[in-house]
Design a protein around this ligand. Structure first.
Ligand SMILES: Cc1ncc(COP(=O)(O)O)c(C=O)c1O
Length: 362
């Protein structure tokens, strides 16, 4: 099957068969999805996944079909993997299991993914904010000194959303080794980055690594994310999870994506090439400060006096959706843009240039 798919890709059918715009005709560069996964390839795998399941039946409980394929690919045991309805479900489970009693607290390293605070507060816990360093790196000292009696969980997102920075490995491991707390390392974007701790995390008693099929593998609409870690820790989360939260098509698709990993690696390389291209283009815009990224998006700061909200609105009027991050700590007037196809990246740069110039005249 892989050979046939490679043949199809060689025929470049994907490019001709599908537009890179959304159904509403918009350029989606706001949610860190991956449009560089060839649509024809992905649809072919989906057709195969659908053939393999009978949707009249409930899915394999606790997502075991997907979980066993993931475990095998990472070289860990099956009970060291937990699959969820997106990694969002796993964040929700972590908050419910470890943060729901009165007074329990989680540390978040801001600026970061906002859902850690969301799930913690829904569960009834509190969050304590620690800031990154000025160049968006992680300071183990700042985290370690913020730990209090009620701190139960430390959320670390690396590569971090929205800065794109993958934290220094030794600093992350220092937090794991010296904190004495559960560390949740969210590696949603790690497939675009230099290193991952998912292969070695099971040796720690207090480290959970989260990964997802939504980003590098272009499966955001199917909802499949997972967590790797020590079996004793995962047992708590598994016990709190509903049995059928991961649907059968998603489970088969996970299996197929893993079987076709080599093809996806080519898509990931394309994202990295486009990321370099987009970064270089952004750096050429006068007054724009663009940050290096280890993910499939880029954060940039607008020239002084130009407001991120207004620029994002103007881009939206041009049909291009990006994310205003100017309201987050340390990110005044910053915007996050998802790396897309060359065609979309060019549209975005043109529209941004125009928006900055118009805003500069005000
Ligand atoms: C850092 C981070 N973690 C987790 C998620 C959620 O991913 P999923 O689609 O697997 O729920 C996202 C999605 O944007 C994210 O940016």
């Amino acid at each position: 099957m892989v050979d046939r798919l490679r043949e199809i890709l060689g025929e470049k059918k994907g490019k001709e068969a599908y537009s890179t715009l959304s159904r509403e005709g918009r350029v989606r560069m706001g949610l860190n999805e991956n449009l560089l996964v060839n649509r024809f390839f992905s649809d072919t795998l989906m057709a195969e996944a659908i053939k393999r399941v009978d949707v009249r039946e409930y899915p394999p409980p606790k997502g075991w079909v997907a979980a066993s394929a993931i475990a095998e690919s990472l070289g860990v045991w099956e009970d060291e993997v937990l699959i969820g309805n997106g990694s969002d479900e796993i964040l929700d489970l972590i908050a419910k299991v470890f943060l729901s009693s009165e007074g329990r607290e989680a540390i978040v390293v801001d600026p970061t993914f906002e859902m850690y605070k969301f799930y913690t507060s829904i569960a009834g816990g509190r969050t304590r904010q620690v800031l990154t360093t000025g160049d968006f790196d992680l300071s183990a000292d700042s985290i370690l000194s913020a730990i209090g009696d009620s701190t139960k969980v430390i959320f670390i997102c690396s590569p971090n959303n929205p800065t794109g920075k993958q934290f220094n490995r030794d600093e992350v491991l220092r937090v794991v080794e010296e904190s004495g707390r559960l560390v949740v390392l969210d590696e949603a974007y790690v497939d675009f980055a230099p290193y991952s701790l998912s292969g070695e995390c099971t040796q720690y008693e207090n480290l959970l690594v989260l990964r997802t099929f939504s980003k590098a593998f272009g499966m955001a609409g199917l909802r499949a994310g997972y967590c790797v870690g020590n079996a004793r820790l995962l047992k708590w989360l598994r016990a709190a999870q509903s049995p059928f939260s991961v649907n059968s098509v998603a489970q088969e698709m996970v299996r197929l994506v893993i079987e076709n990993r080599k093809v996806y690696e080519a898509f990931i390389r394309q994202v990295i090439e486009e990321r370099n291209y987009l970064l270089a283009e952004l750096e050429m815009l006068s007054g724009v400060d663009a940050y290096e990224s280890d993910a499939n998006f880029i954060l940039f700061r607008l020239p002084p006096g130009i407001e991120s909200g207004s620029v994002v609105r103007r881009l939206g009027e041009d049909g291009i959706d990006v994310r205003d991050r100017g309201g987050l700590p340390l990110l005044e007037n910053c915007v996050r843009v998802t790396v897309s196809t060359r065609e979309n990246n060019l549209k975005f740069i043109d529209s941004l240039r125009k928006a900055i110039s118009e805003e500069g005249k005000k």
